[in-house]
Ligand binder design. Structure first.
Ligand code: ADP
Ligand code: ZN
Length: 430
């Protein structure tokens, strides 16, 4: 199903011509109104008229996370104050927040991209959409909310947490679609199990948009099984409107990135040079339609690859592979680079493992992985626990090339956060 078939299936040549025109307009817009970009562009010696092909994008300077913080609160605003309609901040936990402004056009465009993504996953006016993301300054819930209203489904602004109320809403209003973080989805699945609820028998759920934090294919499988839903991977970041940047279609082989609104590059995080298609690197995004706060070549720090080839759904917009983490997520333990997702992949592939885990770093360089056991389907006999523990240690060692301690704990005993999961506690005194 298409929301806007013409644009979603536009041939590559026309799509790239559209991108080039919009890129030039964006450069003109920031060069006229944003002193930060006036300096940056002058330094790089580029003007809008120098951009003759999409390859010339590489002549433009990068914008970083530090630039957004340094220009906080209004330094990147490109429209007069009277045209600003909404303020969001990023959910970042450290330092100053990043302030993101939307004009009326930006609010509409963000909703439009969500409407495309939801329709692509088969959501219609007959659906009941329970939005289990955090409302407020965070973009996650509100942007999706506006998009779902545009599609015309019944929207329940549930917000996160309070599993008892979530369940009541699902039962009373027969919710069919949810938007949720992977960590809360897994936690909620455990809650349903503890209440003896079988989602396939007792609830009407059929689809879940899952994103806002990284998760593995193994976790997707667990969520699909436990909630009886199809899980659609959903990617976005506040700097680029929030959710709606790239979503999966029913083929679930990468997330279509809406290229009429963003230009994507994947670069080597060290050199900033492009990596070949299909190879992993850091995603760099340029906005093409943003009015209030256009951003050129934003270093997202998210690690992904552009999926080669075209998708069987007929959409021409290129696909991003699952985001495996952020360049700044990497843990260096005993000189080895480890991504939390490598650990999750090992754990969630084991049926005896439950739904939550925590990585604790202590002392000089000690890593302990705390792992919840599955509540059902595992008898908990001591010899089985011991065998499982040593199996996890050896699988982790093969994956991350260092031997962690593994502690098995009962289901539901590790902390759960309402928003994004905190997977790593680093108490090292290095
Ligand atoms: P913050 O940067 O403070 O976390 P955001 O709320 O804007 O603020 O979160 C955006 C980030 O969330 C992305 O840059 C990415 O790291 C992560 N993210 C969002 N969706 C996904 C997804 N589907 N898979 C992996 N990571 C995701
Ligand atoms: Zn597709």
């Amino acid at each position: 199903m298409f929301w806007d078939k013409e644009i979603e299936t536009l041939d590559r040549g026309s799509l790239e011509r559209l991108q080039l025109g919009r890129l030039r307009e964006t450069i003109e817009h920031v060069a006229a109104h944003v002193p930060f970009y006036q300096h940056k562009l002058a330094e790089a010696g580029v003007e809008a008229t120098d951009i003759r092909s999409l390859d010339d994008l590489r002549r433009l300077p990068f914008t970083t996370n530090a630039d957004l913080r340094a220009t906080y609160p209004r330094g990147l605003v490109a429209t007069p104050p009277g045209e600003l309609l909404r303020l969001h901040t990023s959910s970042g936990t450290t330092g100053k927040p990043k302030a993101l402004f939307f004009s009326r056009g930006d609010v509409d465009n963000a909703a439009e991209l969500i409407a495309r993504a939801m329709t692509m996953a088969g959501v219609t006016t007959d659906d009941v959409f329970q939005n289990m993301m955090t409302y407020g300054l965070f973009t996650g819930a509100l942007v999706m909310h506006y998009g779902a209203e545009k599609v015309g489904c019944l929207v329940i602004p549930a917000g996160p947490g309070n599993s008892e109320r979530q369940l009541l809403l699902m039962q009373d209003f027969r919710s069919t679609v949810v938007h949720v973080t992977p960590s809360y989805a897994l936690y909620f699945a455990g809650y349903l199990e503890s209440k003896g609820i079988d989602p396939r028998r007792d609830l009407a759920l059929r689809k879940a948009f899952v994103g806002a934090e990284p998760y593995t294919e193994e976790s997707r499988g667990k969520i699909e099984k436990a909630l009886g839903v199809e899980v659609y991977n959903s990617y976005g970041l506040s700097e680029m409107n929030g959710p709606g940047v790239a979503f999966e279609c029913p083929h679930q082989s990468g997330m279509h990135l809406w290229e009429d609104h963003f230009i994507a590059e994947v670069v080597d995080p060290q050199t900033g040079e492009p990596v070949p298609e299909g190879e992993c690197g850091e995603l760099v995004l340029t906005t093409l339609c943003r009015e209030a706060m256009p951003i050129l070549r934003y270093r997202t720090r998210d690690i992904t690859a552009l999926v080669p080839g075209t998708c069987a759904c007929g959409r021409s917009h290129r696909r991003l592979a699952r985001i495996t983490g952020r360049t700044d997520d990497v843990l260096v333990v005993r000189g080895v680079n480890i991504y939390p997702q490598q650990i999750e992949q090992v754990l969630m592939g084991l049926p005896q493992v439950g739904r939550n885990y925590l990585i604790v770093l202590d002392g000089l360089d000690e890593m302990t992985v705390k792992v919840e056991l599955a509540g059902s389907g595992f008898d908990g006999r001591i010899e089985h626990v011991v065998r499982l523990q040593s199996e996890i240690v050896s699988r982790l060692r093969a994956e991350i090339l260092t031997k962690p301690k593994v502690e098995l704990v009962p289901e539901g005993s590790l902390p759960v956060s309402e928003g994004k999961a905190k997977r790593v506690i680093d108490n090292r005194k290095l």
